[in-house]
Design a protein around this ligand. Structure first.
Ligand code: GLV
Ligand code: MN
Ligand code: MN
Length: 406
């Protein structure tokens, strides 16, 4: 019989093989691999004796009964989607570690005082539709019409994606309202280097940085690459390049501000045509909302000046705004108590990465646990957390669950 750590490691390996590409790991919202991962996670939940259901948008829920079945549940979870050319731990580890902690509790024939709802969210990364947290957003209330109309690169809207997979046919809505749950706890890899440098296997999270996502389009004029003198061009791509470098300089001058352009598309995209339009993403984050707002205003000003000087039209479309989200002090202290009991540490770190807790914090208290990852590397296929650190994370989670009071 496998230990809970051995089965967790085997599950990480199994999930990492479920991909939409033969070349690298990618599972985006409602893709075939995303649904296959959701099915496998459902099976693992069923094997633990959980009551399992799924929502039309691919999020999966397993319910483990508690001593008082009608008591408010505690939510655990993370996301099952990935970025493009992803590592195996971002998101997957949080679901698998929670399963392992519950497995340990069941193996000891313990009954927890209240129900545990384990959630595997179908979208946290926001890769397919550029808008994040679709899985957790839809469990706190239906997605609004504007969000449902957002289209992917193939022109498929979120609502068409939801009704187009067949997955919605035997779906059950998963919904929580304000005050209905005790809290939400997520384990995640740190995705930074602080734990490694401090030689600590794990820490608790103080809060999550705010994030703005935008879609920027510069439009100029396509023209002939051989016959148009440099002074007469309205090249959208060189305009975009100047904007991107301005964004980098702005972020470099105002740490801990970070700005990333992760995707760019040009039209018409031919080596002998001057680019007519360039569309790129902006991901801008800061732990303080006022500093994030100021950076956005400054960026808009700089982009406008660049566009005007180059005779380009600027389209500035905010895609998503998530405020900085502090973790709940009471739940955080409980998690710190378990961290100290298992590792002796009292380490508390902020999160620069976004997590589903940002959304769940609108309806219940949240807390998070970070596990060290090698070189702090994440959103990369070499992402890695050691078995010892994963075991430590499972031990902290299961200590936390065993300490729950009725
Ligand atoms: C999720 O990984 C994010 O922070 O973008
Ligand atoms: Mn991620
Ligand atoms: Mn993640």
């Amino acid at each position: 019989m496998l230990t809970s750590l051995q089965s967790a490691l085997s599950r990480i390996d199994q999930l990492s093989r479920i991909s939409d590409s033969p070349l690298y790991l990618v599972r985006t919202f409602l893709s075939p691999a995303n649904l296959a991962a959701a099915s496998l996670i459902s099976e693992w939940m069923r094997d633990l004796g959980m009551e399992v259901s799924h929502a039309a948008d691919g999020t999966v829920r397993g319910i483990l009964a508690g001593a008082n079945p009608s008591a408010a549940p505690l939510l655990l979870g993370s996301h099952l989607d990935t970025v493009i050319d992803a590592g195996s731990y971002d998101g997957a580890l949080g679901i698998i570690a929670a399963l392992a902690a519950l497995e340990e509790i069941l193996a000891e024939n313990r009954t927890l005082p209240y129900p545990i709802h384990l959630l595997a969210f179908s979208d946290e990364e926001g890769i397919r539709f550029q808008t994040t947290y679709l899985g957790s957003r839809s469990i706190i209330g239906p997605l609004d019409a504007e969000t449902l109309a957002i289209k992917d690169a193939q022109g498929i809207s979120i609502s068409a994606a939801i009704s187009g997979t067949g997955w919605h046919e035997n779906a059950t809505p998963i919904h929580y309202s304000l005050g209905e749950c005790r809290g939400y706890i997520e384990l995640h890899i740190e995705q930074g280097r602080v734990l490694e440098e401090a030689a600590e296997p794990a820490c608790v999270v103080s809060g999550i940085a705010g994030q703005s996502r935008l879609c920027i389009t510069l439009t100029g004029r396509a023209d002939h690459a051989g016959t148009t003198p440099m002074a007469l061009r309205h090249d959208a791509l060189t305009g975009a390049a100047e904007c991107i470098l301005a964004a980098e300089s702005l972020a470099q001058s105002k740490p801990p501000l970070v700005i990333t352009v992760g995707k760019i598309q040009i039209h018409p995209g031919a080596s002998n045509s001057i680019p007519q339009s360039a569309t790129f993403t902006i991901d801008l984050r800061h732990p303080l909302d006022c500093s994030r707002d100021n950076a956005l205003a400054e960026l808009y000003l700089q982009f406008s000046k660049i566009a005007t000087r180059r005779g380009l039209a600027l389209e500035w479309i905010p895609v998503q705004e998530n405020p900085a989200t502090p973790c709940d002090p009471t739940l955080t202290n409980q998690l710190l108590h378990s961290l100290t009991a298992v590792t002796g540490s009292t380490a508390l770190l902020p999160s620069g990465a976004g997590h589903d807790g940002v959304i769940l914090s609108k309806i219940c208290p949240i807390a998070m646990l970070f596990i060290r990852c090698r070189d702090g590397l994440s959103h990369h296929p070499d992402e890695y957390a050691s078995p010892a650190d994963i075991g430590c994370g499972i031990a902290i989670l299961s200590h936390f669950l065993k300490s729950l009071e009725p």
